[in-house]
Design a binder for this molecule. Structure first.
Ligand SMILES: [Fe+2]
Ligand SMILES: [Fe+2]
Length: 211
């Protein structure tokens, strides 16, 4: 558990057989937001740490980039502990969650829309995730300049608390066809991202980037 950037807290699990670290984040602002739940096993380790960092603050939102176990596998478990927290995701992700009977109580966001509190401004970006190119979301926190990259900025290794110097334009150029298989959608996403200038990239996997 690390206070990784300003009021952003990182929780991580490293899985040696696949040499991959899975991160979740809590933005401990006036209306706290959790970014990703981890798989249900990861959520079990996350919960006590999350409660410790939250203290008397109440978890308000759970951002889910796309429908996959490491991004939302533990959502039911989180909601058992935080029944008033609202998941925030794309329309397709909401449909999957509802179809699996996980929850109907969801805030759906479209690309370009925002979620604004006194303390942060989350701006959502279309993310054509690899499986079926189902539209997920990426998110930029405009006040702090934090970009939440989900599976897009991706490195292997044990990266608990790791932050490296990064080059934003290079990271965008390095997006692979494995990450976004449709060339037109990949180019569109790259063009959108090139216009952003984040100060920090909070990755889903691997070291975070300081820019
Ligand atoms: Fe994923
Ligand atoms: Fe992931």
């Amino acid at each position: 558990m690390y206070n990784i950037y300003e009021d952003l807290h990182q929780f991580s699990s490293y899985v040696p057989p696949i040499d991959l670290t899975f991160h979740q984040y809590l933005l401990l602002a006036d209306e706290p937001v959790l970014f990703h739940t981890g798989s249900v096993q990861q959520t079990e380790s996350l919960l006590p740490l999350l409660k410790e960092v939250l203290g008397s603050n109440i978890l308000k939102y759970i951002f889910i980039s796309h429908f996959e176990s490491d991004e939302c596998g533990g959502l039911s478990l989180i909601l058992k502990h935080f029944p008033d927290a609202k998941p925030v995701c794309s329309e397709i992700t909401a449909r999957q969650l509802s179809g699996f009977g996980i929850t109907n109580n969801i805030i759906i966001k479209k690309p370009g829309e925002k979620l604004i509190s006194n303390d942060y401004e989350l701006e959502f970006i279309s993310y054509p995730s690899e499986m079926h190119l189902w539209e997920g979301l990426l998110v930029m926190e405009n006040k702090r300049g934090i970009f939440f990259s989900s599976d897009l900025v991706f490195r292997f290794g044990n990266a608990n608390g790791a932050v490296i110097e990064g080059d934003w334009q290079k990271e965008i150029e390095n997006i692979t066809p494995q990450q976004v298989p449709d060339p037109q959608q990949k180019e569109k996403l790259q063009n959108t991202l090139k216009k952003l200038s984040p100060k920090f990239v909070a990755t889903g996997h691997g070291a975070c980037l300081k820019l």
